[in-house]
Design a protein around this ligand. Structure first.
Ligand code: UDP
Length: 367
């Protein structure tokens, strides 16, 4: 019955990297996913030649040469640099907060002028012991940046007033005193040429896969197929929600194809204002410098999460962390099951982080 060494539940980055590492060591895997496609949230759908990021924009970035080399085995990356814009009250600003942003806000031209304004505002509006997100942000960047570019965006994102959000959500808000619109500070950045599916195809080459297969609905039968399980699904669901569900914030994506070759001139445009229900519009072709006559855009609407929706952002408050800890204690005791990835670890992982985590778990497993 045990035809495989590993049954890998979830064909996202964690599961696919683990399966690949297992294969390198001559171990066999069956990778299953409840969705109709492989790739988890990095999955792209080709819409008339444009790779549409179906589960939110994914921009690869890392400082770790090892991770960069790892993904480059499977696909070449282009030289896309993420430089989002933000529209607030009808005006356009550059992100991250940098000299271009400060110039648009206050007409200042030099770093010293910008620092003087920001430091004065921090002095005037900041708090020694910030008790909520608003107080935290005011203490880090002052009033103008907070009110123009953070407050309403963040309230939409979480569905709560900034004064009711915990301070820990923002530990840092980097201020950059150069004219540099590159959102990430990492050494390596880009979008896979031809899309993210190529990475998944490369990782899963020669490995058995099965989509439309829900592990939890067929647990006994599927478990018998392998000696060990790598589980990347919801950790609370695995344990039948015995300590109540872990909470998330969800997103709804509204994709639209338009008969114009260039809708917004940039891949990512954020919308701060509260009267606009979405937080950003993604124009996918700009990730790959597309030359098509048409375009595809995606509006991103933050939503209350319920169990029938996709889980995106863990609500990382004390209550959920304590609940997660209880599930993790059970997971640590579960024989022959390796738990890993975003949903099993209840963590907001970037792609490079989840790959690093899967490589680490694989190294431990195959040591
Ligand atoms: N943020 C903001 N204004 C913006 C973009 C982001 O205040 O225009 C804050 C907001 O609190 C958000 C956090 O920064 O939750 C992280 O946003 P980012 O877009 O970097 O991360 P992602 O949601 O893509 O993971």
């Amino acid at each position: 019955m045990q035809m495989y060494d590993y049954l890998i539940v979830g064909a996202g980055l964690f599961g696919s990297v683990f399966a690949h590492e297992a294969k390198k060591r001559n171990k066999t895997s069956l990778v299953i996913d409840k969705r109709a496609h492989l790739g988890g949230n990095v999955f792209c759908e080709n819409v008339n030649g444009i790779n549409v990021h179906k589960y939110g924009a994914h921009i690869f970035h890392t400082n770790d040469k090892k991770i960069w080399d790892y993904v480059n085995q499977f696909v070449e990356f282009n030289n896309y640099i993420n430089s989002p814009l933000s529209i607030s009250n009808g005006k356009l600003y550059n992100l991250p907060f940098n000299m271009n942003t400060f110039h648009a806000l206050w007409k200042v031209k030099t770093p010293d002028e910008a620092k003087t304004i920001i430091n004065n505002q921090i002095k005037k509006y900041g708090f020694k012991n910030p008790k909520n997100l608003e107080e935290q942000a005011l203490s880090l960047v002052g009033k103008d940046i907070y009110e123009t570019l953070i407050k309403e965006y963040t309230e939409k994102q979480w569905g709560l007033k900034a004064t009711d959000l915990p301070a820990f959500i923002i530990k840092r808000l980097p201020l950059r005193y150069t004219y540099d619109n590159n959102y990430f500070k990492d050494r390596y950045q880009g979008i896979p040429i031809g899309g993210y599916n190529k990475i998944i195809e490369g990782l899963l080459k020669g490995i058995d896969t099965q989509t439309n297969t829900d592990f939890l609905k067929n647990r006994n039968e599927l478990s018998r197929k392998a000696k060990k399980i790598v589980y990347t699904g919801y950790i609370d669901a695995y344990f039948d929600y015995k300590f109540a569900p872990l909470e998330y914030r969800s997103l709804r994506f509204e994709h639209e194809q338009l008969n114009t070759d260039n809708f917004q001139g940039n891949a990512v445009v954020n919308y701060n204002d509260s009267n606009i229900p979405y937080t950003r519009i993604i124009e996918h072709k700009h990730f790959e410098f597309g030359k098509q006559n048409h375009t595809v855009i995606t509006r991103e609407y933050p939503e209350k999460w319920t169990s029938n929706k996709e889980a995106y952002y863990p609500i990382n408050n004390k209550e959920n962390q304590n609940r997660f800890k209880k599930y993790k204690d059970l997971a640590d005791k579960e024989p022959n099951v390796i738990f890993g990835g975003r949903l099993a670890e209840y963590r907001y992982y970037d792609m490079h982080q989840v790959i690093a985590s899967a490589l680490q778990k694989a190294e431990k497993e195959f040591a």
